[in-house]
Design a binder for this molecule. Structure first.
Ligand code: TXA
Ligand code: MG
Length: 349
């Protein structure tokens, strides 16, 4: 299959045609890669059972891992799920935006979309291209991240092309994703919400709106994922891992940099925060230092993480060193992704 990459240019008539073409593919049961503000998604109709199967096949993803369903306005949640006061409180504050809410599903959503669960994850993205496509197709869109299963999520159309060339019909290129990590996934509880997957919307932000906010144990410790299988099936799989081995080091910056200095072999690399970029001198040929973003900027470091991991693979690196970030507040999303990229192993020095 030939994979067409169509750019959104800002030229109205051109962009309308791109969206119309994608909408037709979706209505005919096909799948299209689309930009969102978090990561690129692999979108198909959430109402046609065959589309979900195509998505699983393209990703190489186990079909018991449920898909997020994307809508263009919070009100459209009524069409696919049983909403609640809590849903509308969250929607009022965070939608459109990078928040996904798990709700009891209605019958129109086939079990193939939800991995057989009786709940559905609902998200209203902010990206105008994604919303325009949902509107133009007239279907809510099931869309997981558009990477091959297990690989880092794609934050540019080139990342999607790398994983999906020859496998899907069309990629809409809407530029680099502004957030760069997937949405926060929450499930309403009796007196608040439980975070199943951390993202840009942090526990602190949620607490102001939702009252009590719990964090599922597997978010910090992937080995707990088996027990939480039913809560968040996506968390049990090896995730976000590049081919390179990620060696995650729990140490203060000075110690971390000293460790890296002792391991600057050809064919490896290290993530270093912007302030420390000049602390590594005499970097040998064949060792790559990645600028991980400003130390205290959780959003900048989160935005860069997946593209750095992908770059490490492009360079053919065998080992990539990274410092364990804080796990509190806005850093939890980065912490969660990097611990998974390292296969859950943390080296304390
Ligand atoms: O930002 C995002 O959410 C991106 C963009 C494309 O919107 N999508 C995304 O989808 O990350 P995916 O399929 O890669 O991740 C979906 C996550 C998984 O962890 C999955 O287990 C969880 O959401 N999930 C989906 N439906 C669920 C449900 N009914 N109950 C619990 N967790 C669910
Ligand atoms: Mg994913």
């Amino acid at each position: 299959m030939k994979t067409e990459v169509l750019k959104i240019t800002g030229e109205k008539e051109h962009d309308r045609k791109v969206i119309a073409k994608a909408a037709e593919i979706i209505r005919n049961g096909g799948i299209v890669a689309i930009p969102t503000e978090t990561v690129y998604g692999l979108a198909g109709s959430a109402l046609l059972p065959g589309s979900a199967e195509k998505i699983y096949k393209a990703k190489g993803r186990p079909s018991d891992n449920p898909l997020i369903v994307h809508i263009s306005e919070p009100r459209e949640a009524e069409d696919i799920a049983y909403t609640s006061d809590m849903f509308y409180r969250l929607a009022e504050r965070f939608m459109p935006g990078p928040l996904t809410v798990v709700l009891p599903k209605k019958d129109c959503i086939p079990g193939s979309v939800t991995g057989g669960l009786d709940s559905v994850a609902v998200r209203c993205p902010e990206n105008p291209i994604a919303r325009a496509l949902i509107k133009a197709s007239g279907h809510p869109l099931a869309a997981p991240s558009a990477n091959k299963s297990g690989m880092p999520s794609p934050t540019t159309a080139a990342h999607v092309y790398h994983d999906m060339n020859g496998i899907i019909e069309m990629i809409i290129d809407g530029g680099e994703c502004s957030i760069g990590v997937e949405s926060t996934v929450v499930k309403p509880t009796e007196d608040g919400v439980m975070i199943l997957r951390p993202g840009r919307i942090s526990d602190r932000m949620l607490r102001k709106v939702a009252g009590s906010v719990e964090v599922a144990a597997s978010v910090k410790d992937p080995s707990k994922a088996e027990k939480e299988k039913v809560e968040s099936p996506g968390m049990k799989y090896r995730h976000y891992s590049p081919e390179a081995e990620v060696v995650l080091i729990d140490a203060p910056s000075r110690k971390y940099l000293a460790y890296v200095r002792n391991h600057m072999e050809n064919g490896s690399g290290a993530l270093v925060t912007t302030e420390h970029m000049n602390d590594l001198d005499e970097v040998p040929e064949g060792f790559t230092v990645f600028d991980a973003g400003k130390t205290r900027s959780a959003s900048e470091r989160s935005k860069r993480i997946f593209s750095i991991l992908r770059r490490a693979d492009e360079l053919g690196l065998k080992t990539v060193y990274a410092q364990l970030p804080p796990s509190n507040g806005a850093f939890l999303a980065l912490y969660n992704r990097i611990v998974r990229a390292a296969g859950g192993r943390i080296l304390k020095i």
